[in-house]
Each structure stands twice: as C-alpha cells, then as structure tokens.
Design a protein around this ligand. Structure first.
Ligand code: C2O
Length: 492
C-alpha cells in the first residue's frame, strides 16, 4: 500500500483564462502609504463595534467576475506584491468612521470568536469554522480588491506552511511600518527568520488529516471542533503569536486578524478544506460537506467593499469557484481509498506510577493494528469529544510514553480568546476532535504488558517539539479524556 503524499497541480481545476492576475493595477489613492506606527498599535476607540446583522442576502450567480486562482505568496510577481502591499496600506489608512478599516475588520473576527462583551456567538470550535472564515475572507478580499482598484483580478495569497517553513518574506521584510504586511506582534524566533516547529503544518500532517473521510472529524459538527482546527490551524496561530504578553496578535483570537498574515494563514486553511472536498468521488458521504439544513442555513453578516451590510449562508459558499470566483491549484494527497474503523477505548486512570490513559482494544484489533504499523501503513487514532479545561491556551504535544521513552503522536494548538473584559482567559472551550498519527507508537501502545500511555505536555521548546533538556520537567496541564475513540487503518 503506497501512502505517499504528492503535491501536483490538478489540471481539472485550471480554468481557462483564470490563471493570471493582471499585475501593476493602479491603486486607488496609491502613494498614500501609511507612515506612522499608530495604525499598528491602534485599539478600537470604544471597545468592540456593534456586530453587523441582517443585510442584503448574497445571491449565488450575482458575482460574475472572472474565476481567478488564489496563489501561494511565494508565487506572487513583484507587481502583484506591490498591489497587495498597496491595498493593505490603503486599508490601514482608511478613516476610523469607515466600515472597512483594518481595525474594524479585525474586530469583526473578535466579535465572532466571543472575545467581546457583545459577541453574538463563537464560530470557532464547530462546523461554522470553515464556512464563516470563507465568508470573512471573501468580503475582505473584495475590500482589498476594490482598494486596489482591481476587484476582478485581486485575490488573497496563501501561506502554504507545508512548503514555506518560515514567515513568508513579504510579510516580514522590511520589518517596519513602511511594510503594510508587517506586524510587530510576532514571536521573535519566527520574526527573526526562524523555522516553524518541525511538527506543525507539515505535509505529513495534511496527509493524516486527509485520511479522515467524514466532515465531523475533519471540520467539526454543531457542538465540537474538527481535527484541523486545533492542528495545524491552532498550532500555527500560536507559533506566530503568543497567547498573552507582547507578541499576542496571532496567538489570541481577539487580536489575530490585526496581523495581515492571518489572512494568508486562513487562505491556506480554506485551501485545505477545498482540497479535502476534491477527494470526494461518486455517491456516498466521504469527503463531502454536511447536508444537514442546520449547517446549510447558517448565515452571517459582513461589510462589503461599499460598507454595506451583507449576509451569506454556508450553502452559498460551498462551491467557491462558481459562487465566490476563486479557485486553488489543487493539492492532491494520495490517501488510501478504504479505511477500516476499529473499536477502541481510551481508559483512565489506574493507580500506579503511570495512571494512563491508555488504549484498550480487543485481541483482534490489536493484531490488525500491529500488522499495519509493522508494514508502515498508517494507523490513525481519532478521539472524539476531547474536553479541554477552561482557561488553557498554548501549544501542546501529545506523546505515547513508556518509562523514559516518548513518541510524538500529535499536537494541539489552543488559542486564547479575549479583548475587552473577556481578556481573563478563563473561557471554557468546546470539545474538540483530536486526530493522532500513532503508526510509530502502535507497537508500544498496544503491548499486552504495561503498554505506553498517552500524555499531553505543554510545549517547552518552540523549535523542537518534545525537546526536554536534562533535568527539565514536562508540564502535564491536562489529562486526555475522550467521549469516543476509534482507530483507522488503511485496508491492505
Ligand atoms: Cu477565527 Cu484562525 O481563527
């Protein structure tokens, strides 16, 4: 069974005449680049704005602009980069009364992540996560496009961290307010040119996630977050910004969208959702979005490029190329076509030096799993309904541990919320689905005698997950508990 991941363009998705972006478009108000640091440090004048509500309904088919490829920031031509930078500069320079301002748009995100006292609800930690951000990016892209005077061709870039392991250069250099893509609230390691932690946002992680065939495990359901949301979405957020302190923009949902990198990050997340949908074939529900009306009828309000309140439903956004006029060069991951779902339980806790939790399986499942692991065929553990203690945030690593031995099986990125009084980080979290690659750890996790147990540790070293210096102690902030556990092995 081959389980390699390959990245190649998918011809099908290259629409005629859609692949080029007209460079060098004239920017409305160009030359008026903002010059002070004030725009970077600006706080909302009086707390969070009023959330937009109601508004003109988006009508599929009314957006008739050309369908344009959203590209990696690394594929932007110099002219496209200039256009992007000028558009952000114009956004930052808008007067405070405007509904499109950089800060107001960032606060829109704060409003919908329950960071404000008047937050209507939180779109994170549920199946709203993918579509809400898709709509947010769509209108943000229209605003930037109209400021660039080229709504037809301007599309957001993505930061494909699976390929670009540092902060993308245009967002970091020059590192000053002369660069509208720069943000002064990023962790010094990355901002100084460092790499992302080796475990986060990798092609291997994407491959593991693409082994999930049901939307709930991948993208969440009405009451819990999907696997992608905590890692790589959350881990990369926390890698770029801290959850508190001076470097908090990307690390705190209340501030995250103040960093232009947020939009490149989320564009990549949107690309991964799109790529997951591309794996669907034939009838059946695999790799398909929920058909539950409760999902399809979700509707949110935004401001458009004319400062008008508009609203769009989840259903409106599922076909992004036809309705929202952008497409992606498809990221094709070869995943095994058939998965066996095996029963398993996460058992906790027994008295003794290592109370667990550990995985309990039948003899038959044990055999199947061990055989798969020996053949280096993927063994994936999916934990549903994992509860996180309130107030906890940061990046965490999950290890299979046995005595001194630790095998990294996955990570969890928990992003703090908070603007206004909700700053206190005492928030409760919705349950999450956690998908762990236990291929390497399986032989020890399923030993009959004193099997390895699973533990979650706060990440100590940003660059080297799992690294512990001699004498250093790992902090176990919470114990892994799940409502349901299942193991997925590729059918051989
Ligand atoms: Cu709304 Cu990346 O978070």
């Amino acid at each position: 069974m081959s389980y390699d991941s390959i990245f190649r363009p998918n011809r099908r998705r290259f629409l005629k005449g859609a692949a080029s972006l007209a460079g060098g478009a004239v920017l409305a108000g160009s030359g008026r680049a903002f010059t002070t640091l004030a725009a970077f440090a600006q706080d909302p004048p009086a707390g969070c704005p009023t959330p937009p509500s109601g508004g003109t309904h988006f009508v599929p088919g009314n957006d008739t602009r050309p369908i344009i490829l959203r590209k990696s920031i690394s594929a932007f031509s110099p002219a496209e980069l200039t256009q992007l930078q000028n558009a952000y500069a114009a956004l930052r320079a808008l007067p405070a009364s405007d509904k499109r301002t950089w800060i107001l748009q960032a606060d829109m995100h704060a409003l919908f992540c329950d960071s404000c006292n008047n937050s209507p609800f939180d779109i994170h930690g549920s199946w709203s996560f993918f579509p809400w951000h898709r709509g947010y990016l769509y209108y943000y892209e229209r605003i930037l496009g109209s400021l660039a005077g080229d709504m037809d061709h301007f599309r957001l870039p993505y930061w494909d961290w699976e390929n670009i392991r540092t902060l993308p250069t245009p967002y970091q250099t020059p590192g000053s307010s002369s660069n509208s893509l720069w943000d002064n609230k990023r962790r010094p390691g990355l901002a100084g040119g460092g790499n992302l932690p080796s475990s986060d946002g990798t092609a291997a992680r994407i491959t593991t996630l693409y082994g999930l065939t049901d939307f709930a495990s991948f993208g969440g359901d009405a009451f819990s977050g999907g696997s992608l949301e905590s890692d790589p979405h959350g881990t990369i957020h926390v890698d770029v910004g801290q959850f508190g302190g001076a470097q908090l923009d990307m690390g705190n949902l209340g501030y995250a969208a103040r960093d232009p990198l947020f939009f490149a990050h989320h564009c990549n997340i949107d690309k991964l959702w799109s790529g997951w949908n591309d794996l669907a074939s034939g009838s059946g529900t695999h790799y398909k979005n929920p058909t539950d009306p409760a999902f399809l009828n979700l509707r949110w309000s935004f401001y458009d490029e004319n400062q008008q309140v508009v609203s769009i439903s989840a259903a409106d956004m599922l076909n992004h190329s036809t309705n929202l006029r952008y497409t992606y060069k498809s990221l094709i991951i070869r995943v095994p076509p058939i998965w066996l779902l095996l029963e398993c339980e996460l058992i906790c806790c027994l008295p003794g030096p290592d109370p667990g939790p550990w995985l309990k399986v039948s003899e038959q499942v044990r055999e199947t799993v061990i055989q798969s692991a020996r053949a280096n065929s993927p063994v994936v553990l999916v934990l549903h309904g994992v509860s996180l203690p309130p107030g906890v945030s940061g990046n965490f690593d999950v290890f299979a541990t046995r005595g001194e031995r630790r095998i990294h099986v996955g990570s969890v990125g928990i992003i703090a919320h908070g603007l206004e009084q909700k700053e206190q980080h005492s928030k409760s979290h919705k349950p999450i689905t956690l998908t762990l690659d236990i291929t390497q750890a399986a032989p020890e996790l399923f030993l009959r005698d004193k099997p390895a147990t699973l533990h979650v540790f706060r990440r100590i070293d940003e660059q080297r997950p799992g690294f512990v210096a001699k004498g250093q102690k790992l902090e176990e902030v919470f114990q892994l508990k799940a409502e349901k556990a299942e193991i997925r092995v590729a059918k051989r």
